[in-house]
Every structure is written in structure tokens, then in C-alpha cells.
Design a protein around this ligand. Structure first.
Ligand code: MRU
Length: 354
């Protein structure tokens, strides 16, 4: 399969343009893009996981702010502008609760505007906000490359790693976080094999990770989530690397539901377990993972996934979309500034809190 250089997110046109994104709910059957010209469309795309993965959600939200401000007349007064900005930021922030990159990007956009209120007129502030959204997008590309560079050093030629969910190019501006480690190792000439958990209930592992790895010519084997412990016991796995949605100040890490079970299995089998994430995924306001808000999603995702009923109507369902892996299960956190290991408050503060 030939690798196509696909853009997860792209901005079309000038400041008055719109956001284009791959509709990830259709993959791998269809590679289709949708255009978002209204804040509501961006909100819906985040909520419904058309765009998903912590960094990608942040980028989409930053552009969503620009789209939300396009509804204002060009001669709008500053107070009306501020009111609309706050309204758009609050609205986009209500789309999904767990990935902190969403709030990080929205706060960055808001802080940018606030720094300019006394210095520039509304038209200039709008221009600077558009530049800020583009900067968030571009920075993420560089961050992913840097994570790949540091992460690949942890892989030996011939290693087989396991990953859970999708922390690839589809979840970021390009190249990914966890998957960046495999891409960079391959570019360094190492041979890498990957086991991808399918990632129930929405199958980001089988629909997205397996697809991305195959696109890039990386040897990937798909397994059901329940098989991870077994393949570790069989000695097939040298290491695990996953992404993250929010990392507390002590290193407790929220990621896709099932990650915690993978970490427990890895520890049991003495297999290193790495998290790959940009600094924007750390939430140093939280002392530990107990404070991380965990999104609960619709029961239909479990009972009627992809339109096929697989559970009786009316059954009680619990559907948390993320879990928290305690820091003591994590061998290292791969960031754009280097690898944090051992994972503890002091080492995190040194790299993230500076
Ligand atoms: O519900 P999703 O698909 O948005 O969950 C995504 C994950 O859990 C990823 O592992 C995480 O956001 C890191 S993406 C670089």
C-alpha cells in the first residue's frame, strides 16, 4: 500500500477561509474530508470523533475560534468582540472533557486576544488570532518529530512494540506521538514490528492505527484488546508505547480506556511501558490522576457499534472513554524536550514546569 501524505487538518484560504479535516469516523473504508465553516460543525466534529486524539482536537478548536469570530461584522466594537470570543471558547470547551490539549489551545487563543486588547484594533486582533491558530498547528508538526526523535532511541532494531488506540498522524498535525516513535525508528533504519490493540468500543486501533502503520509500510499485527496480556506472556512484546490525553503533575496519565489494563499486564511481564505526549498534554494544576475528568460516552457505542446491535435493548451500560494509568506503571514519558524517567513529580517539573 503506497503511503499518501494526508493532512488530518488543513485550513483552506485566508483568515476568512474554513477548516478541512479527514472524517475519521469513516476510516478505513472511506478517506473523506469534511469542511467546517461554522463553530457548530467544529464542535460536532470533535464530539463525534470525526477529529480525535488530544493534539488534533486542540488544533481544531484553535481554528474553531477563528471560525466563530467570522460571524462578527468587520466594524464590531471591542466589547462585542470579547463577548463573542468568550462565548465561542466556552462552547468549544464543552465538546469533550478529558483531553487537556483542547483547553490548552482555547486558553492560548484567549490569552493571545487578551494580550492585545489595549494595543490593537479588532481587525488586527482577528489577524493575530488566525496566526496563533496556524502557529499551534505548525508547532505540533515539529513537536511530533521531536517526540519521534527521542522515542526511537528506546527501540532496538528488531523490537516488537504494542500500542493502544491511535496516537498517530491522525491524532496530531502529522506524524503522531506514540506512532512517531515507530516512524522515526524506521527512518533510522531499524526494523520494528507493532501489535495494535483494536481498542473497543470505537476501534481506533484497528480502524486508524492499523491503517496508518500499513500506509507507512510498518509491519502491524492487529489483536483484540483482550489478547494483549497473552501476547506479552508469549514473549512477543519488547515494549509498549501509547499516547495520552491528560497527564497530572505526578505522572498519572489518562489515555484511551484499556490503557490501564495494558500497563498492568506490561508491569506483570516486566515489559517497559512508555507514554508519548507533548508538554501541552500535562495538566500541572492536578496533583494526581484522581482529578482528571473522564468522559462517559453514549451506551450505543457499546451496544450498537457501527450499526450492529450486539447487546439487548435496555441493558445497563457503563462507557468511560478513558482510564488513568498510575505513574508507577510508566517507565518513561517521551516529550518533545526529552524522556522523563523515572516518572515522578520532580522530573516532570524539570521538563514541563520550567
Ligand atoms: O477518544 P479518542 O480517539 O480521542 O482518544 C484518543 C486517545 O486516547 C489517544 O491515545 C490520545 O488522545 C493521544 S493522541 C496523540
Amino acid at each position: 500500500m503506497a503511503y499518501q501524505n494526508i493532512e488530518t487538518l488543513s485550513w483552506i484560504g485566508d483568515q476568512h477561509g474554513w477548516l478541512r479535516m479527514i472524517d475519521q469516523t469513516l476510516l478505513p473504508a472511506e478517506l473523506c474530508e469534511i469542511d467546517c465553516r461554522h463553530t457548530e460543525t467544529v464542535w460536532e466534529a470533535i464530539k463525534k470523533l470525526r477529529v480525535r486524539g488530544a493534539p488534533a482536537i486542540g488544533i481544531a478548536a484553535a481554528y474553531g475560534v477563528c471560525i466563530g469570530l467570522q460571524t462578527l461584522p468587520s466594524n464590531v466594537d471591542l466589547v462585542t468582540f470579547q463577548t463573542r470570543l468568550n462565548e465561542v471558547v466556552d462552547y468549544l470547551a464543552s465538546s469533550r472533557p478529558t483531553a487537556v490539549n483542547l483547553f490548552w489551545a482555547l486558553n492560548r487563543m484567549k490569552a493571545k486576544a487578551e494580550s492585545l486588547y489595549d494595543l490593537k484594533d479588532v481587525a488586527e486582533i482577528n489577524e493575530d488570532l488566525f496566526s496563533e491558530a496556524k502557529a499551534i498547528h505548525e508547532e505540533d508538526r515539529r513537536i511530533c518529530r521531536s517526540i519521534g526523535k527521542f522515542g526511537q532511541e528506546l527501540l532496538r532494531d528488531g523490537d516488537t512494540f504494542l500500542t493502544h488506540c491511535n496516537a498517530g498522524g491522525l491524532a496530531t498535525a502529522d506524524y503522531g506521538t506514540a506512532l512517531a516513535v515507530f516512524f522515526a525508528a524506521t527512518e533510522m533504519g531499524k526494523t520494528v514490528k507493532v501489535y495494535a490493540d483494536e481498542t473497543r468500543p470505537l476501534l481506533q486501533g484497528s480502524r486508524l492505527t492499523a491503517w496508518e502503520l500499513m500506509q507507512r509500510g510498518i509491519d502491524v499485527t492487529l489483536i483484540c484488546d483482550s489478547m494483549a496480556a497473552m501476547v506479552m506472556k508469549q514473549g512477543k512484546i519488547n515494549g509498549v508505547v501509547v499516547g495520552a490525553d491528560r497527564i497530572a503533575a505526578n505522572g498519572d496519565t489518562a489515555n484511551k480506556i484499556g490503557t490501564y489494563s495494558v500497563a498492568i499486564s506490561a508491569k506483570t511481564h516486566k515489559i517497559p511501558f512508555y507514554v508519548a505526549a507533548p508538554v501541552s498534554t500535562f495538566d500541572l494544576t492536578l496533583t494526581d490522576g484522581n482529578g482528571i475528568p473522564i468522559e462517559e460516552r453514549d451506551s450505543e457505542e457499546i451496544c450498537c457499534g457501527f450499526g450492529k446491535r450486539t447487546a439487548p435493548q435496555g441493558v445497563h451500560v457503563y462507557n468511560p472513554a478513558f482510564d488513568v494509568t498510575p505513574a508507577e506503571f510508566i517507565t518513561g514519558i517521551i516529550t518533545e524536550h526529552g524522556v522523563i524517567s523515572p516518572v515522578n513529580r520532580e522530573n516532570i517539573a524539570k521538563i514541563v514546569g520550567a
